[in-house]
Design a protein around this ligand. Structure first.
Ligand code: FAD
Length: 335
């Protein structure tokens, strides 16, 4: 494909922000990607499905949209199967492929928008499962040299919505493929009450990958706004983790505060609750706002711009800090 000029990115980000890329190209071949990385002198932005980015201005450089495709079985041993998946595959289509073929491990991550290549970036997670639990390795091209490197699970240094690709190696690598170790004899994760309730409502007697995937899709469709209808990028903020002592002190002042205990005397507090308690839920400001059912989701009703959404996010951060003394940080990549 040829490099295109002055391309609107509106259809390439789920917020539906109408900014322009000075240059834009979709890559389907690894060699083409390596050539571009080595020879391009201007800034480069890598894009998958655009479901975790907020564009605040036109992009003065080259946007490379990753369209590398392919799902291959590398190896099968006992109950395990190793799948190597190219970065441009759509994540949910991969989940459906695995469910159909009886490969367990990512069914709880059904319906997360975006591409396979972006999934390790922030260690995608939902309903008690994170990709790190099944990720064997990540193949990535080093931007400065065009060379391919393999990161094993440990060297990705995964954390809650974190990996080396989002922090110490930010903008240094382009992920080209991911290898997952899945199970043909999976143990199902139904630890979330919502999954149990939905399985019960669906009168599921025998657990299966499909029953869980269907339940997760049902829950997500009922809770989260569909970006095809209202522009959004899912959770805008990460859930903050605070020391147990700070949580106890807050509980004195706010008896209803919610918290999930973590190791090392830490507590995870739902950012959505903090935002809601600070009075933002359902607030609309012109074309943008805070979703009425989910305070963690900022939305573009149509025609909103990214700078306005960033400003709203900063106002929300300031008011949560003032009320609770807790700093909430964006999960979204702001460009
Ligand atoms: C409605 C909705 C619900 C969501 N729910 C969840 C959820 O439950 N859990 C969760 O974890 N996330 C969730 N998300 C966030 C999002 O779906 C994930 O972060 C997803 O992995 C982003 O994929 P993408 O291809 O769209 O990435 P993009 O938005 O295109 O990119 C995200 C970042 O990764 C970089 N990047 C993309 N591809 C590559 C690559 N191949 N190599 C190197 N860098 C790359 C980009 O430069 C950017 O910085 C949700 C989003 C929406 C819109």
């Amino acid at each position: 494909m040829q490099i295109q000029h002055e391309v609107s990115l509106k259809a390439h980000n789920t917020f539906g922000i109408d900014v322009k890329a000075q240059k834009f190209i979709e890559v389907t071949q690894l060699t083409e990607l390596q050539e571009l990385l080595i020879h391009t002198t201007e800034p480069i932005l890598i894009l998958g499905g655009g479901s975790n980015v907020l564009f605040t201005q036109d992009y003065e450089g080259l946007v490379i949209k990753i369209k590398l495709k392919g799902i291959d079985i590398l190896k099968e041993e006992g109950d395990s199967v190793w799948l190597k998946v190219a970065a441009g595959e759509v994540w949910h289509e991969l989940v459906l492929h695995c469910v159909e073929n009886g490969y367990g491990g990512i069914e709880n991550l059904s319906l997360i928008p975006g591409t396979v290549g972006a999934a390790p970036m922030q260690n995608i997670g939902a309903y008690g499962v994170e990709i790190r639990e099944v990720l064997e390795s990540v193949e990535a091209v080093q931007r400065s040299t065009g060379e391919i490197q393999v990161f094993n699970n440990e060297s990705c240094n995964f954390g809650y919505r974190e990996s080396v690709f989002k922090n110490i190696h930010k903008d240094a690598y382009v992920i080209t493929a991911v290898t997952l170790k899945l199970s043909k004899n999976p143990s199902f994760n139904t630890s979330y009450g919502a999954i149990q309730d939905t399985l019960k409502a669906n009168e599921v007697d025998t657990l299966s990958l499909k029953a869980i995937s269907d339940a997760v899709c049902q829950i997500r469709n009922s809770k989260l706004p569909n970006p095809a209808e209202i522009g959004n990028a899912g959770s805008f903020f990460k859930n903050p983790v605070i020391p147990q002592a700070q949580f106890e002190a807050l509980k004195e002042r706010f008896p209803n505060i919610v918290g999930y205990p973590l190791p090392e005397a830490q507590v995870k507090v739902p950012a959505g609750w903090l935002i809601e308690q600070s009075g933002w839920k359902g607030k609309r400001f012109g074309n943008i706002g805070v979703h009425a059912r989910q305070a963690l989701v900022l939305v573009n009703y149509g025609g909103g711009n990214g700078a306005e959404i960033r400003k709203l996010s900063q106002d929300i951060q300031a008011s949560v800090l003032e009320k609770f003394g807790i700093e909430i940080k964006p999960e979204i990549n702001i460009v």
